[in-house]
Design a protein around this ligand. Structure first.
Ligand code: SF4
Length: 216
């Protein structure tokens, strides 16, 4: 096995379903494996299996789509150390790159040209103790912080963290997203407006368009 390879669950071209580039045609590179087990996880199929690919072959497959936007996701992409050179090589190739990360892995070596979309895991995710709070000072304005909210309790917790860490001043987008099937989107939208929060409400449009199927 070469030491410049990654275990990959899938590479596909679709519309970005969330975050700042929502609606943009994007290549998704989904890395296999995650050390967390969030209750609401919608990508459990990426926990195991996958196929070993060299960085060169990943770059080649990505280039075949002639994309502008690339999203490196998982699983937890940073759980594989070779994710770091992949991010750098994608940036070097001129793509606009985002990284979806759980917030449980160190961000300090991830290429700062990448827009890091970092989760903060809420109490009802079941993975609260995995949050790596020392990542917060490493965030740059073009990074994004995402809360997936399951309940009113999660919402109150996220509001507190928003204020405690001045998140809206650190990054351009703090994303509040309802956990699919657990918190009514309309309810969350109403709370955000009532509280006049400096966050961006989002729902995952790929699930509206294509359901919960892999590959979209
Ligand atoms: S961090 Fe993401 S991939 Fe891992 S268990 Fe949680 S939701 Fe699933």
């Amino acid at each position: 096995m070469t030491d410049d390879s990654l275990r990959i669950t899938e590479i596909f071209y679709s519309l970005q379903g969330e975050a700042r580039t929502l609606g943009r045609p994007t290549v998704f590179v989904r890395l296999t494996g995650c050390p967390l087990r969030c209750h609401y996880c919608d990508s459990e199929y990426a926990f195991h299996g996958g196929e070993r690919m060299t960085l060169a072959s990943i770059l080649e497959q990505v280039a075949g789509y002639q994309p502008q936007y690339i999203c490196v996701t998982g699983g937890e992409p940073l759980a594989q150390p070779n994710c770091l050179p992949l991010l750098t090589q994608l940036c070097d190739a001129g793509y606009s790159v985002s990284l979806e990360t759980s917030g449980a892995m160190p961000l300090d070596e991830a290429d700062t040209r990448v827009s890091r979309v970092m989760d903060l895991k809420t109490p009802d995710s079941g993975e609260l103790d995995k949050n790596r709070w020392e990542n917060i000072p490493l965030l740059q304005p073009h990074d994004q912080v995402k809360f997936v909210l399951c309940s009113r309790g999660d919402y109150e917790w996220a509001k507190f963290k928003l204020d405690e860490y001045r998140l809206a001043e650190r990054v351009d987008d703090v994303l509040f997203s309802p956990s699919f099937g657990q918190l009514e989107p309309r309810q969350l939208a109403d709370w955000i407006v009532e509280d006049n929060l400096p966050v961006r409400f989002q729902i995952q449009i790929h699930k509206l368009l294509w359901g919960d199927a892999p590959g979209y």
